[in-house]
Ligand binder design. Structure first.
Ligand code: XIL
Length: 319
């Protein structure tokens, strides 16, 4: 029938996936869709594998939240797209107070060996490093960068490859969809630097958070993916949601949202190296957008009552 993952695979992609998060796991309506393998062939934990959850204090590892979601994927026969090992955000305070290069390197090693080791063999992909660049093209001045410079990126990829050799290893970021801004150019040169330093990077993840009516065009995204594709084997849209900046929405707004989603899916379909698309949750009921951008929202493919929106139908028609 006409469902997202089924159609995406028939169209040549490896998966159509969604992020899901722990607070929604006891909602029956939610779980019926989340576990539907014809809709979602891949699941990503929205928060459970992040540093603040997995190693809240030094040497104390916790996999409760991440495992709940990994187990759902396993039981439903869905792939697990893992997120994320090294990120400046949702990073516990104790990591921020580490200044020495060797000390930080040991901490990153221990974190990755434990977390990627725990999930070894389960993750089809790992977002190894998330959001290392600023919009203006500088390296983000995060605790890892302050201690190690760009070597933290190389080290994170090397360590993950040693720990879980089967996972496809990604660099992941936002605002790198529309060719070619300062951030994209800087990301390309960062990737060249760390790849020549020996970082085993298989893919670039474009998060794909954008706004209705201001979303990048298919042409712009294809141009970007072609550039990343010169450096890595694969690219993917990893966190797609397209939010309305004005609520409540009209039917015309929702039709525009459908057009915007179709540009993303079309760009992936027309890019041989684009392996898949993940949406950052599938229902407006649990989207992170209203919490992050007050007054904005309705960014997902299903509304809060689990009705499919025009964007869903438009994607299915395209696929
Ligand atoms: C978001 C989660 O969805 C929220 O629940 C959390 O409060 C903050 O993080 N880029 C990323 C994701 O790489 O990890 C973020 O997820 C959204 C932006």
């Amino acid at each position: 029938s006409c469902q997202l993952d089924k159609l995406a695979k028939a169209a040549g992609l490896q998966y159509f996936g969604t992020a899901i998060d722990n607070p929604s796991l006891n909602n029956q309506n939610y779980m019926r869709v989340a576990r539907d393998i014809s809709e979602f062939g891949s699941i990503t934990p929205a928060n459970g594998q992040k540093w603040s959850n997995t190693q809240p204090s030094q040497g104390r590892f916790s996999y409760t939240s991440g495992d709940s979601i990994a187990n759902i994927a396993k039981q439903s026969g869905q792939q697990l797209r893992c997120h994320t090992l090294v990120w400046y955000n949702q990073l516990p305070g104790w990591v921020s107070s580490v200044y020495g290069k060797d000390q930080m390197q040991r901490i990153i090693t221990a974190h990755i060996q434990n977390v990627a080791g725990h999930y070894k063999g389960q993750c089809t992909h790992w977002d190894v490093v998330n959001e290392a660049m600023e919009d203006d093209g500088r390296y983000r001045n995060n605790p890892m960068y302050r201690a190690m410079g760009v070597d933290y990126i190389t080290h994170a990829f090397k360590t993950t490859a040693q720990t879980d050799p089967a996972a496809r290893l990604y660099y992941n970021d936002f605002n790198i969809e529309r060719c070619c801004n300062a951030k994209i150019n800087a990301t390309l040169s960062m990737l060249k630097t760390v790849i020549s330093a020996g970082a085993p990077i298989h893919g670039v993840g474009m998060q794909g958070h954008s706004r209705v009516g201001k979303s990048p065009s298919k042409r712009e995204m294809k141009e970007t993916m072609a550039k990343f594709g010169e450096l890595v084997d694969e690219v993917a849209f990893t966190e797609v949601d397209i939010r309305h900046t004005k609520l409540p929405t009209t039917a015309a707004d929702r039709d525009q949202q459908a057009l915007d989603y179709v540009e993303v899916v079309g760009a992936c379909l027309e890019t041989p190296k684009c392996v898949g698309i993940t949406v950052w949750d599938f229902t407006d009921q649990y989207s992170w957008i209203p919490g992050q951008y007050p007054g904005e929202g309705e960014a997902c493919l299903w509304d809060r009552n689990y009705n499919k929106k025009p964007a869903y139908t438009a994607i299915v028609n395209l696929l």
